[in-house]
Design a protein around this ligand. Structure first.
Ligand code: XBP
Ligand code: MG
Length: 258
């Protein structure tokens, strides 16, 4: 039975990497007097490393391995990341990031049918709160039975830890859930946790090599703006609805989870 939709955040709910995180990283670097700058191509490459702190450390190691290994390196990364998060939260609060097409529609349909909603993300909790508040309203965090974010788990995506963490708190087996992800690390994490995955590729993940997924689409689709891609391995276009998902999961249409 389909009881829960577990949503990734960055790239899935919104194009946060392009509209928010990359801008915030570069602003934080400038604020801290660093001559680091991540252009789009560089950022797309660095997104293979999940977690902003991990991403910055990896970059620093390339530039100055000795400094990146110094005793104060972790503290300097933490301070830089706190600055970046403050900039990102402000950008989101200013309305600079919008939900992707179909996200609100599918969230509303799931809520109307009593499905459980959850979030499993690598990004920091403050970023999730800011995005939900700015795009879905001040009460929207309460729509999610569980929000698993950032450092609550020791290993970030593509490790399955965050999805195990969420499923354990939902008290559901992976077979009762479905993950919605935009990228290879995210889809791999969800697959490794045993979840079926709906992939909605984002701006920076269009060429990612995905693991076997239920559907590999360019989005969720809206009336007049159909999503397109492969559904169960065959060309498909349309709007992702709960009925379509149940059909793909070979569940009866009347299977109303909740
Ligand atoms: C994407 C990530 C995050 C963001 C940056 O998370 O890997 O690290 O790029 O956010 P997901 P932080 O797709 O799992 O939502 O700087 O807070 O890590
Ligand atoms: Mg993502």
């Amino acid at each position: 039975m389909l009881r829960a939709l577990i949503w990734d955040v960055d790239g899935t709910l919104a194009e946060t990497e392009h509209d928010g995180h990359r801008v915030a990283f570069n602003q934080a670097f400038a604020d801290e007097g660093l001559d680091w700058f991540w252009d789009e191509a560089r950022y797309r490459e660095l997104l293979a490393i999940t977690g902003g702190k991990e991403r910055m450390l990896s970059w620093w190691q390339r530039l100055d391995a000795a400094a990146a290994a110094a005793p104060d390196a972790a503290q300097r990364i933490a301070r830089l990341h706190a600055r970046k998060t403050a900039v990102y939260v402000a950008l989101v609060a200013q309305g600079r990031v919008a939900l992707r097409p179909g996200v609100r529609r599918l969230l509303d349909e799931a809520r109307a049918q009593g499905l459980t909603l959850a979030i499993a993300t690598t990004t920091s909790p403050a970023n999730v709160d800011a995005l939900l508040h700015a795009t879905l309203g001040p009460d929207s965090s309460g729509w999610f039975a569980c929000i698993g974010a950032g450092d609550v788990v020791p290993r970030k995506k593509p490790a399955p830890d965050i999805y195990h963490w969420v499923l354990q708190r939902l008290g559901l087996p992976a077979s009762d859930g479905l993950a919605i992800e935009d990228s290879a690390p995210g889809a791999r994490a969800a697959c490794a946790a045993g979840l079926p995955v709906l992939a909605t590729r984002s701006r920076y993940s269009r060429t990612d090599a995905l693991p076997p997924v239920l559907a590999d689409l360019d989005g969720l689709g809206e009336p007049g703006l159909p999503a397109a891609g492969l559904w169960a391995g065959r060309p498909w276009t349309g709007q992702v609805t709960l009925a379509a998902l149940r059909s793909a999961l070979k569940l009866p249409a009347g299977d109303v989870g909740g």
